[in-house]
Design a protein around this ligand. Sequence first.
Ligand SMILES: [Zn+2]
Length: 394
Amino acid sequence: MLELLFLLLPVAALYGWYMGYRNAKKGQDDVSNKLSRDYVTGVNFLLSNQQEKAVDLFLDMLQKQENENDIHSDSQFEASLTLGNLFRSRGEVDRAIRIHQNLVDDPNFSFDQKLLAKQQLAFDYRKVGFFDRAENIYISLVDEPEFADNALEELAKIYQKTKEWKKAVDVTEKRQKAFPQSNNIELAHYYCEYIEAEELSVKEQKVLLTRALEVSPTCVRASIELAYLYMREQDFRTAIEHFQAVLQQNSAFIVEVLPHLKWCYQQLQDPNNYELFLIKAKQRHNSGAVELALAELTDKNSGAAAAQAGLYQQLNHIPSMDIFNRLIQYDIEQAEDGRAKESLIRLQQLVENKIGQSFAYRCSHCGYRSHRLVWNCPSCNKWETIKPVDGQYQ
Ligand SMILES: [Zn+2]
C-alpha cells in the first residue's frame, strides 16, 4: 500500500504541472475547475485509503493529457514514463510496453531520456516473461554508468529464472566488482547452483565454494557443501571444521548438520570433542536438536533418569515437539504393561502423526512453510531465509 502511495506522489505532482499547462494553453476556466475538482477528489481517495479509485482517476487524467498534448517536453516525457509505470503496476503490461516503446522510438527525446525509457521497457518485458527481449535491452545498458548497477541486477534475476547459472555468476561477479557488497549471498548461491547443475571436478567445486564463502562469509550452504566434499574424501577433521562453521554463520541451521557431525566424530572415535561442540552450541543457540543430542550422551554416560530430568527442564525453555516426543518415549519404556502404557503409546502416535504432517522449515522473511530445505524461497525469492523450525512446529 505504501508503495502505491509513493507511486502516486509523482503523479500528483505532475498533475499540478498539467493543470498549469492546460490553463495557459486554453485559458478555459471551466475545464481547469473540472480538473482541479478531479484532482481534489483523487487526493481525497488517497487520504481515505481508496487507492484503486485514486489510481483510476489519475490515470484517466494523465490519459487526457496524452491525447491532447502534442508538444514534447521533459515534463511530458516524465508524465508518459509514469503513466507506463502505473499501467505496469496495475498488471496492464501490454499498455506499459506500448507507452515505453513509443518513448524509446520518439526522435524528439534525448539520449539519456531514451536510456531511461529503455530501462523501463526492459522491466516491462521481464515482468511479462519476455526474458530474451528484456535481456537484450539490459545488456545494452550495462556499459552506461548510471544504468549498469540496475541492468546487472536485473540480468541476474533473469538468469536465475531461466536457470542459466554460469551467466548469473558472470553478471553478478561483474556487479560485485563494480559495486562491492560485503555479504553477497546471491552470488554465493549462484556458485552453489552452478556446481549443482554442472559436472565439475572436486577441485573445481572446492575453488567455487571457497569463493562463495569469500563473497558471503555467512553462506551456510557453501560450508555444508564443502563439508560433504571432505566427508566423501574421508577427511573428517576438515569436514567437521566446515560443519561447525554453521554455528557462527547461522545457528538456526545447526539441526541440519548435527547428524553429519556426529557421524564424523564417530569415524574419528572422538566422542569428547563431539560433546564439547554440543555444549558450545547449547550456549549459543536454544535448539531442541542440540538438547536431544546432549540427552543421548547423558543417557549413555549417566543413565536414562538423568537424561530424562535434563530434557524435562529444557522443555520449559524450548517448546520443542521433538523433546516432548522423546519424553513420552522414556515414559513408555519405564511404564509397566497395562492401560497406562497403552494410553502413552496412543499419545505418542498422535504426537508423531502431528510431527509427520507439520512443516519442518519456515521462511524467516515471509513465513512460507516447506517440508524440505529449499535455499531460495519460492514465495519471497530470498536466499537462505528458509530455516529449520527445530521441533517448534506450528
Ligand atoms: Zn520467503
